[in-house]
Design a protein around this ligand. Structure first.
Ligand code: OXD
Ligand code: MN
Length: 584
């Protein structure tokens, strides 16, 4: 085999994978346009991609995945550390030797007759000191073209890998898509990922969840930074001042929509800039400020619900250079999804003639993949090597009741408890029941590559290092009335809540001191031009002490399941809030 890299460790790994998987060809990806075109043409030939209407959706393609392979599979996702306690009760665990043996047996000969692609990639701007490197080996051309949009792949990444010598090894094979032979395994101590039997984004685009969250969270703990499931946005006021905010919400809870928000009519001169829609890497700078980069370079977003009103930026963005996965088609060969508001489905996501009796036309977790630069609200600071300083961290979940529209933690340690207490109704982003409330600390339940108790200790350790940390907030856009109607209009109107958050950070806004933290005072949230009653606002900002006592008791029980490793400081914060609630 011809030598294709000067880094002996990388070449040796590629050779050993080829020996195991026995591909027909090996292709090192350089990330060029020509290479991308060639792969797309090949997939058009094999039927892996279908071309969409070139007039209205130029350079757009549809991919249909196997119907059993449409979401992340948390029940098949493992963290394989030498000590089980290091993976923690929040992860499925397998001993590394056993895991390697099990998964290598599935990789044995898995690439026969296929091409093996070697994708060097960089998570983060290529010149960023905060960026980290990886190489994904895959037998899926769909993975290559998606990774090319989602990360920075090719020659420049390879050069940096060769210079630094350290990279995350990710091995992926689509296998035969038999759900019985599907595993997503992480070996954080070896900076290694092995994924077999799925072509779905979160399982197969290894730079995303597997590297940038599960492995990176481990690396971050060791190196003193944070890898989080957070969007990053800039909010610009009419004076041109910009504040940067990082928000952690569980999957399919509107991170992409918030990151691309368009100010409502009532807010002339306000703008939101997108830096990232899913993942933030946070580092403390010399002054003690937290700075964020988005390790990704594209969006892998949920399509249903995207329309001119809910997210015009996304709607416009995905009219070109986009790969759709599992959407429906109109008679004009345009992509179609529920709530698109234009057109009608002719063919469903499985390729059948559309029949409402078969359920939604597009899969509820159908996705778009698109380069971030296509976003009209894209902030060029997403390319800044040192990222942006973060003023506020915002947690949130999908809660029909209980959690108010917004509240602020008293300080960093309390904020860590607020993050650890996040719970949300499950969505179609992962296989399993939808709509049940589950604990999802920091929106990282599926993504934290180590024991949550240690992760909370890591979060708390930042509070000891700096007095200039971001303030921490919690939002809930999803509160409903007794009839199941959403109380808050959401989407562009969420800007009003972001403004309150920025005003709090700038110390130009008072707050009501409640047992759970600081809440907006009456009039604190600017409601000009919004048709919402005082009763509704009262309901949105109400804190029911007995429901909150029950909630905090449940949080306490949940934290206890992590045993002795739970930091005493977190328990002390919990006790404080419980006491305040009991006195309320
Ligand atoms: C995602 C997810 O795809 O969280 O971002 O599932
Ligand atoms: Mn996500």
């Amino acid at each position: 085999m011809t030598m294709t890299t000067s880094l002996a460790a990388l070449q040796a790994w590629v050779d050993s994978v080829a020996k195991l998987t026995q591909p027909e060809n090996i292709h090192w990806c350089n990330g060029s346009d020509a290479e991308n075109k060639r792969l797309i043409n090949e997939m058009l030939r094999t039927g892996d991609l279908l071309e969409l209407n070139p007039k209205t959706y130029p350079n757009c393609y549809l991919h249909r995945s196997h119907p059993s392979d449409v979401a992340r599979v948390e029940h098949l996702t493992f963290v394989c550390t030498r000590e089980q306690g290091d993976a923690g009760p929040n992860n499925l665990w397998m001993a590394p030797d056993e895991a390697h043996a099990k998964i290598d047996a599935l990789f044995d000969g898995a690439m026969q007759g296929r091409t093996m692609y070697v994708i060097p990639y960089c998570m983060g701007p290529i010149e960023s000191p905060y960026a980290r490197l990886g190489v994904e080996i895959t037998d899926s051309p769909y993975v290559v073209v998606n990774m090319r949009m989602m990360t920075r792949i090719g020659t420049d990444a390879l050069k940096r890998i060769e210079r630094e010598g350290t990279f995350v090894k990710g091995l992926h094979s689509t296998g035969d898509l038999d759900p019985e032979k599907r595993f997503i395994m992480h070996f954080p101590e070896e900076l290694t990922i092995k994924s077999v039997g799925s072509g779905y984004g979160g399982n197969a685009l290894l730079g995303k969840k597997c590297h940038a969250l599960r492995i990176a969270s481990w690396q971050a703990r060791d190196e003193g930074w944070m890898a989080e499931h957070m969007l990053i946005l800039g909010i610009e006021n009419p004076l041109g001042e910009v504040h940067y905010i990082a928000c952690a919400f569980p999957s399919a809870c509107g991170k992409t929509n918030l990151a691309m928000l368009i100010a409502p009519e009532s807010h002339k001169g306000w703008r939101v800039w997108t830096l990232g829609d899913d993942i933030a890497w946070l580092h403390m700078d010399e002054d003690g400020k937290l700075r964020a980069i988005n390790p990704e370079a594209g969006y892998f977003g949920v399509v249903p619900g995207t329309n001119e009103k809910t997210n015009k930026n996304a709607f416009d963005m995905i009219h070109g250079d986009t790969i759709f996965t599992n959407v429906a088609l109109t008679a004009d060969n345009e992509p179609w999804w529920e709530d698109k508001k234009v057109g009608a489905p002719a063919v469903d996501w499985m390729g059948r003639k559309y029949d409402a009796a078969n359920g939604p036309a597009a899969h509820p977790n159908s996705r778009f993949t698109v380069a971030a630069k296509r976003n009209p609200a894209y902030s060029t600071l997403a390319e800044a090597p040192r990222g942006v300083p973060i003023s506020a961290i915002v947690f949130g979940g999908r809660r029909r009741e209980l959690a108010p529209l917004v509240y602020e933690a008293r300080d960093w340690n309390h904020g860590v408890l607020v993050g650890a207490s996040v719970a949300s109704e499950t969505t179609a982003a992962a296989t399993g029941e939808v709509g049940v409330v589950r604990r999802d600390p920091m929106a990282m339940k599926p993504f934290c590559g180590y024991n949550f108790a240690d992760y909370w200790a890591h979060w708390l350790s930042f509070g000891e290092q700096s007095k200039l940390l971001p303030r921490i907030f919690h939002v809930n856009w999803f509160r409903q009335d007794a009839a199941g109607k959403f109380l808050w209009p959401g989407f562009g109107e969420n800007l009003r809540v972001l403004r309150w958050i920025v005003d709090r950070c700038e110390e130009r806004m008072g707050a009501r001191d409640a047992a759970i933290g600081y809440l907006p005072e009456p009039g604190g949230i600017d409601l000009s031009g919004l048709d919402i009653s005082t009763d509704t606002m009262d309901a949105l900002l109400s804190v029911d002490p007995s429901k909150w006592q029950a909630e905090m008791a449940a949080v306490g029980e949940y934290i206890e399941t992590f045993g002795d490793r739970v930091p005493a400081k977190l328990k002390a914060e919990h006790a404080k809030i419980l006491k305040a609630l009991n006195g309320a």
